[in-house]
Write a protein that binds this ligand. Sequence first.
Ligand code: FAD
Length: 506
Amino acid sequence: MANLRLIITLITVLICLFSSFTKSSNVIKIDLPKSLNLTLSTDPSIISAASHDFGNITTVTPGGVICPSSSADISRLLQYAANGKSTFQVAARGQGHSLNGQASVAGGVIVNMTCLTNVVVSKDKKYADVAAGTLWVDVFKKTAEEGVSPVSWTDYLHITVGGTLSNGGIGGQVFRNGPLISNVLELDVITGKGEVLTCSRQLNPELFYGVLGGLGQFGIITRARIVLDHAPKRAKWFRMLYSDFTTFTKDQERLISMANDIGVDYLEGQIFLSNGVVDTSFFPPSDQSKVADLVKEHGVIYVLEVAKYYDDPNLPIISKVIDTLTKSLSYLPGFISMHDVPYFDFLNRVQVEENKLRSLGLWEVPHPWLNLYVPKSRILDFHNGVIKDILLKQKTASGLALLYPTNRNKWDNRMSAMIPEIDEDVIYIIGLLQSATPQNLPEMESVNENIIRFCKDSGIKIKQYLMHYTRKEDWVEHFGSKWDDFSKRKDLFDPKKLLSPGQDIF
Ligand code: FAD
């Protein structure tokens, strides 16, 4: 076992050494004047940690890292950077769970947002004011003490509030309550000029809408006012298997159209591929080999995943929901499994996987993830071309593939976050969350390129999520009709283009 650990550690080091695309610092040493009263850490271990992210594909070396003790520290830093003679760029960094260096800045200053954490629940318990470096898991713990909780969640809770709101924040509750950005009432933001502004739909709306899904381009969020509601006590959590894609998506779409009491609270979907790792652990031990056989037999199996939250299991509504799921859905007979778990355990389920992968040394590996939004009208074409063809032909697939529909009216089009600009009510969220080794990283990256090319050639109007483009024309295409507003907002709030340069937009 000790030898295995050693080998895994060596592999991880090699991954960092050999498979990284290195963007090293070419900017002169940063000297912050004493009057700023900021400590710029240049300790090699801190610089090294800030040079890498969850993606483990790029290395971007900053000049230094500050750990702010208040938003005033960030404001002074940005005022100095915007007005001073020596120009350096600045990136807020949450947990650094980005995939391609988006939270870093070559030769510039990283603001370690995890130094600013706090959660204050309002007296009426309708919202919480949260410091932007707080992890969602801590938002839950604090709000649950008062019997309340946010209403929409990402699958993983160990990411920061500010980092998530800069992207969007999607998961299995979006069809009911919208992405995380749709559940924010107010923000405190420090612009690229160092101004401290409070914004909301009524106050400084241009900044509010710009920052939500704005990839850190217009300001650093220091506080977010998050909508709260009653925190349920437990979740009934189901997985059902399908061998036919159309039957699977029909059931998924039916469930997301029932956003009433007998509907489910959470819905996602997974794809098991015969050339990948099939995790059968949700099913009882006696059924696990049958599930694995099913995947071998069909090549692809679709997993419908839903949850219903509750406080009292004796309420008639709970048995009604279970009846709807067990009697009216068309999953493969017998292939349904249910777990009854505390609400927190359900929300924090990915942490269990993280602990497993960490213990095997498989967490800090390259992650060539591809996240897409696909219009409902083309989901079958996407399935036939990408899942049945490109992915099934891959030598080996590893990691997770997610596919589930959501309601597009839960997005606010005034925000920067992009979904397909197409007149359809339902869009699919696809997460091809592959883990690689240094050896197969190029193969996996070329699979991702093939998928994008296939969609382009077939006229499937996808949008990427957590994307990283390096060419301006790709960003212009990504933002589509919003590009002009996006670039005007940049000129307005960050005219010197100091913020989050790791996104490679400006
Ligand atoms: P970082 O990666 O540190 O930063 C992201 C970007 O935001 C950077 O450009 C950074 O400069 C900027 N930024 C950071 N903080 C601020 C701030 N306060 N103000 C302004 N800009 C800021 N996402 C989902 O939507 N749904 C999921 O279910 C989901 N699951 C995930 C599971 C795992 C295991 C992982 C690793 C990630 C997952 N994500 C998911 C992606 C996650 O939303 C992104 O990683 C996101 O970047 C947040 O991570 P972070 O807090 O570490 O931010």
